[in-house]
Ligand binder design. Structure first.
Ligand SMILES: *Cc1c(COP(=O)(O)O)cnc(C)c1O
Length: 397
């Protein structure tokens, strides 16, 4: 039976608003990525697509700064990458140390518990980093299989340096798992130099790509742990030994690769490497610095001290008496700017302002500061009018 004659009146042409995505992700998509995704879909075993896969793996190794052969994108979002890394090396009864100073460390601990691991948590308040001694203490006494940390905590804006933790983990024969979802493409991620054994990321943060893929990388040490398993990997979909028959040499069907998403990732990686990793990181730092200068000149405070603050995810303390939800609603409705609210312990206490990938641009910093100032003044907040943009102007281009 044909559709009701007025069917399309109830479902008009999809017309999402054009927003500036300055929250915790997804962030603004680079137009070249969307264009690449519109290319014709071909088969996942087509020689032309196999070439594209080789290229993606090669480009991913460069962005992760690794020679790890086992580097490829998992079909799924960042959380699938997290689950993939964990399910492949953790077996029931394994002792696992998870640093939990934000929401995503909590998610790691949850997955480890579901896998039957004995989970030891390092807990510090949201907005703080943890010290290396806490990791050593947690690992002491019994053999530890894995230490899991979040490199760039998107829920708090905290950067956790990895090299020291990797060295401490290796001293006791443990693997280091790092969540690089918000760091990859926004700040240095040097898997080989730092000694990270398992890393995962996501496409929708600093890679300027839509959500849907999770680049992962396994070191030789992680591959050994996988080979030494006594039990079968409990997830069929995320079992790396099977996935590798497709992403590795044999090219055997496992699941249908999300072809057009992979076109997008390929383009996104090319964009990052064309600009140059160092230039990309410097751009993120510069615009993060500009945002902080503006926010502080206005009279607001940042949650995280400068020494371990992420330039791509800025947590701004909400001043007393200001209506959190009303400010974010006005930014979205009146200025088409999306920022994030606080998560977990920080709910209602901070705004999360992302400057990730293609969104890390001076025009976005200036638009956001101008819009925020106007909204706060309307709300009667005690801020310094004009000071934010004056501070940004001093920083230059
Ligand atoms: C966004 C994010 C995730 C989860 O990724 P999804 O794509 O939402 O599944 C995990 N860790 C960190 C640090 C993130 O920022």
């Amino acid at each position: 039976m044909p559709a009701h004659p007025h069917f399309r009146q109830d479902f008009p042409q999809l017309d999402p608003p054009v927003r500036t995505l300055m929250g915790p992700g997804p962030s603004d998509i680079h137009p070249r990525v969307l264009q690449a995704m519109a290319a014709p879909t071909i088969g996942h075993l087509d020689p032309a697509f196999l070439r594209c896969m080789d290229e993606i793996q090669h480009l991913l190794q460069q962005v992760f700064q690794t020679k790890n052969k086992l580097t490829f994108p998992v079909s799924g979002t960042g959380s699938a990458g997290m689950e993939c890394c964990m399910v492949n090396v953790i077996e029931p009864g394994d002792r696992v140390v998870i640093a939990q100073n934000g929401v995503f460390g909590g998610r790691m601990a949850d997955i480890a518990e579901r896998l039957g691991a004995e989970v030891v948590k390092i807990q510090v308040p949201f907005g703080q980093k943890f010290e290396i001694d806490a990791v050593r203490t947690a690992m002491a006494g019994k053999p530890t299989k894995l230490v899991g940390v979040v490199h760039a905590e998107t829920s708090t804006g905290v950067l956790q340096a990895l090299p020291e933790i990797a060295a401490a983990a290796h001293e006791v024969g443990a693997l280091l798992l790092a969540d690089c979802v918000t760091s990859l493409g926004g700040m240095p991620v040097k898997l080989d130099e730092w000694g990270v054994d398992l890393a995962y990321s996501g496409t929708q943060k600093c890679l300027s790509c839509p959500p849907g893929l999770a680049p992962v990388s396994f070191s030789e040490r992680a591959v050994q742990a996988l080979k030494a398993r006594k039990t079968k990997v409990v997830s069929w979909y995320l079992d790396v030994t099977m996935l590798l028959n497709y992403w590795g040499g044999e090219r055997v069907y496992h699941h249908t690769a999300p072809i057009n998403m992979l076109y997008g990732l390929r383009e996104a990686l090319l964009i990052v490497l064309e600009e140059g990793l160092e230039a990309v990181f410097a751009r993120h730092q510069r615009h993060g610095d500009m945002l902080v200068a503006g926010v502080e000149a206005m009279g607001l405070a940042m949650l995280v001290p400068e020494a371990y603050r992420l330039p791509q995810l800025n947590t701004v303390v909400i001043p007393d008496g200001v209506d959190d939800a009303a400010v974010r609603r006005a930014l979205l409705q009146d200025y088409n700017i999306e920022i994030g609210g606080g998560l977990g312990d920080l709910k209602g206490k901070v705004w999360r302002v992302g400057l990730m990938g293609h969104a890390s641009r001076r025009e976005n910093v200036v638009s956001f500061l101008a819009a925020l100032e106007s909204i706060l003044l309307q709300q009667g907040a005690d801020i310094q009018p004009g000071a934010a943009l004056a501070a940004v102007a001093k920083i230059g281009a």
